[in-house]
Write a protein that binds this ligand. Structure first.
Ligand code: TYD
Length: 253
């Protein structure tokens, strides 16, 4: 069988050429990385969980009218997406202080912010994804003013949707990151939510106990990452029980 053409390999996903023009296949790996690739591991079943969870969130967003690149899930580890031109920014929305913002501003993690705060980081691993302002974005032409208006509106709509979905299953959405891409319909360009939305790119805390159910479990060695992601999937009702253990064939004695 002819091998598919690999378009790009990132830390947690691989992009392959899709079956039709304008499409890509997004493959979710089990690799986990943190601190800009300094901490690395392979977490059995993480890719399967993130594929399902990202499908769940992206489908929900499409349904409520927030455009995404997601078309459909193909199998346990792959989904079909629209190919788009990624804007080179990590768009972060924060509802509670945590991570780099808590550190930067000397705030205690978990303190509720007066309103959602949107931040932009330049997507550049060599530089460690530095925080940038709208001035940098405009001056260096990474996105236009119209793009920035659309990105802000998309980010806040994703935040409202994700906060509500999470609240419904007893989880606080502390913060998250999205990437935004341009798709072209003829001469007409529009922006869509791209990449993935999963516990790899969100901070999720149990409302009652503040137990962390996201990648901080891996970053900070707080226990089993698969258990945390499985708990999110279980609460949302998106995973059939034990599905991650089907990720790899097992030897039967
Ligand atoms: P942040 O606190 O800035 O960084 P870190 O995760 O290194 O502590 O991250 C805010 C949120 O955005 C958090 O949920 C993780 C997510 N994020 C990514 O998924 N990828 C990224 O490249 C960045 C900068 C953030």
């Amino acid at each position: 069988m002819a091998r598919r053409k690999k378009i790009y390999e990132g830390k947690a996903k691989i992009l392959y050429e899709g079956p039709e023009p304008g499409t890509l296949v997004q493959y979710f790996k089990d690799d986990a990385t943190a601190f800009n690739n300094v901490k690395k591991d392979v977490i059995d079943g993480k890719g399967v969980l993130n594929n399902r969870l990202s499908e769940y969130f992206m489908t929900g967003l499409n349904t409520v009218g927030v455009p995404t690149h997601f078309i459909r899930r193909l199998n346990m580890r792959e989904q079909l997406v629209r190919s788009c031109e990624i804007i080179p920014l990590e768009v972060i929305v924060r509802n509670y202080a945590a991570g780099t913002m808590a550190k930067r501003l000397g705030m205690e993690e978990g303190v509720q912010l007066p309103r959602p705060i949107v931040e932009y980081c330049l997507k550049d691993d060599k530089l460690g994804d530095p925080l940038v302002t709208e001035e940098h974005i405009a001056a260096f032409g990474w996105a236009s003013q119209q793009d920035m208006d659309d990105i802000l509106s998309l980010a806040l709509r994703v935040n409202d949707f994700m906060s509500g979905v999470m609240y419904g299953v007893g989880i606080k959405l502390i913060d998250f990151k999205i990437e935004v891409g341009r798709v072209f319909d003829g001469d007409f360009q529009r922006l869509v939510v791209a990449d993935e939305i999963s516990p790899d790119s969100c901070r999720l805390w149990d409302i009652e106990t503040d137990r962390k159910l996201d990648k901080d479990v891996f970053r900070r060695d707080l226990g089993s990452l698969t258990d945390a992601y499985t708990e999110v999937a279980r609460r949302l009702g998106v995973m059939p029980k034990g599905a991650t253990s089907m990720a790899k064939p097992k030897l039967i004695n």
